[in-house]
Design a protein around this ligand. Structure first.
Ligand code: SF4
Length: 506
């Protein structure tokens, strides 16, 4: 879902409300020509998340100190966010000391401009990319294409998504909505390999051959990062495929685009996250490849190294004490795998780079609550996300905070304050503030419901906006006698009932 582009600009997400996008993902009767896509997508998402979650639970259970590690991770991230200005400046000084160049981008447009500026002297026709959700966030690929530079994703799953002209649906496993057969079809078409079967070994070997040639021939790489290390000026990436190591060592120029919240105070802090991140993300005890690089050492790795520190809506989140914890996220995606809503809809329904429970709180905030206002409601508030989060982000708490903000924002506009929903809520508040008003309303409803109650004692249809409730479930009818009326009647029959009943009544 992209808006029309103007020359020189990159596309932006043009979000539908979550219920509309989710309805499509959940459609019981998908369009005829898309039957396979819908049923297969849901099956793939469920299977993949179940498998990853089972692996995660098994390796987490091996560590009796798991809860202490979570607490330590939360404490380190909370401390860093409290002193983010200090640690970012420290990182900049140390990275620069080792030969790196640090740039600050306040928004997506500035980050894209910086990338183009850095690439200009090298005039690349192609760049290789590794692990960069931030580049998705700033819509970098479209911008590069517009300027005649072809980006090549080197994570296997990202490559599948790119070749399939698709969108990622998960942070860690972006192509988890694709089956082996679908991947075979994409590779056969894009790599001109009709001989491929859907054997995982064959598919991985085809990707390896294709990418190896790109690694050896491309002079510029663009990466994200898992962590920045303030005390050494280092940048860290953990990964499983080795493509990161190739991207970080072979090209002559490396540009890393990293959210400002990714900094850690000390190298030593990795001790916690290198245990919690792989276990939470993929159910592995450790990642096969852990790369940490600083600047441009002579004779080793890229000769030119840039870090773009991306704000793009993070500072206002930092300034809000109630939602600041959102920025502790280390993008492990454990909350996606645990979420019953994500299980049903998959990632595309969130219409954002960031899907699942963390996406439901991060995306609206990155957009200053002006966009994606339905996402804080994309949750049953069951708390499964909080339980698995390795940095103890209380996502339900933030969701409720954001729902309050959505209501405030809607009420601040004339259309919002005059909306039927708002008037109904204000009227309900007015009634419920006063016992006698509430009683009168109940008596009125008891009379009015007589024409609506069916034989089984339920209301199966309500008019207007109230019909939203009865569309999917029946409403039990009000009893003929309310609790208050019953209390009055029985109390007068038994005068010894407690006198405090007056306050209970009203
Ligand atoms: S919110 Fe927690 S569980 Fe979800 S991706 Fe971030 S760190 Fe992982």
């Amino acid at each position: 879902m992209t808006a029309p582009r103007t020359p020189g600009s990159a596309p932006h997400w043009n979000r539908r409300d979550f219920p509309d996008a989710a309805r499509e993902a959940l459609a019981a009767q998908p369009p005829r020509d898309d039957l396979f896509h819908h049923s297969q997508t849901r099956k793939n998402v469920r299977h993949a998340t179940d498998v990853i979650q089972a692996k995660r639970n098994a390796v987490v259970a091996e560590l009796p100190e798991w809860q202490s590690l979570r607490a330590a991770g939360a404490a380190i991230r909370a401390h860093t966010l409290e002193h983010l200005d200090h640690y970012l400046v420290q990182f900049e000084a140390n990275c620069t000391r080792h030969g790196g160049h640090v740039h600050w981008a306040s928004d997506a447009a500035e980050a894209r401009r910086l990338v183009l500026q850095i690439l200009a002297p090298h005039a690349p026709r192609e760049v290789i990319k590794i692990k960069t959700m931030t580049s998705e966030e700033i819509a970098l690929n479209a911008c590069l294409e517009e300027h005649g530079i072809h980006p090549v994703e080197t994570d296997l799953a990202e490559l599948i998504v790119q070749m399939g002209a698709d969108r990622p649906s998960h942070f860690v496993v972006p192509a988890l909505h694709k089956s082996r057969g679908q991947i075979r079809d994409i590779f056969a078409r894009e790599m001109h390999r009709p001989d491929l079967t859907d054997s995982p070994q064959q598919l991985a070997a085809a990707a390896r051959t294709y990418l190896r040639q790109k690694f050896l021939s491309t002079r510029v790489a663009i990466s994200g990062a898992n962590f920045l290390l303030a005390d050494t000026g280092g940048v860290a990436i953990v990964e499983s495929e080795g493509n990161g190591r190739m991207c970080l060592t072979l090209p002559e120029v490396l540009v890393s685009i990293v959210g400002i919240e990714k900094v850690l105070p000390r190298f030593q802090d990795l001790e916690v996250f290198l245990q919690t991140l792989p276990r939470s993300a993929t159910g592995e005890r450790m990642n096969p490849y852990n790369s940490i690089w600083s600047g441009t050492p002579v004779g080793d790795g890229p000769k030119e190294f840039h870090v773009i520190l991306l704000d793009n809506g993070r500072s206002p989140i930092l300034a809000d004490p109630e939602s600041r914890q959102t920025l502790r996220c280390i993008r492990c995606a454990a909350c996606l795998n645990a979420c019953p809503v994500y299980h049903q809809t998959g990632g595309h329904a969130y219409e954002s780079v960031y899907a699942g429970p963390i996406g439901a709180i991060l995306t609206p905030q990155l957009h200053s609550m002006h966009d994606a206002q339905s996402l804080p409601y994309a949750s049953s508030l069951c708390g499964a996300c909080y339980e698995v989060c390795p940095v103890q982000i209380n996502i339900p708490e933030v969701l409720i905070h954001l729902r309050g903000k959505v209501v405030e924002q809607q009420q601040s506009t004339l259309a919002g304050s005059l909306s039927l929903w708002n008037i109904a809520m204000k009227s309900a508040a007015h009634l419920m503030k006063d016992g006698s008003r509430l009683n009168a309303a109940v008596h009125l409803a008891q009379t009015a419901q007589k024409v609506l109650v069916s034989r089984n004692g339920f209301i199966e249809w309500l008019p207007g906006m109230l019909g939203g409730w009865t569309k999917t479930r029946d409403l039990p009818a009000l009893p003929a006698e309310s609790f208050r009326d019953w209390w009055r009647r029985t109390r007068s029959a038994h005068p010894s009932a407690p006198a405090s009943s007056e306050s209970a009544r009203d």
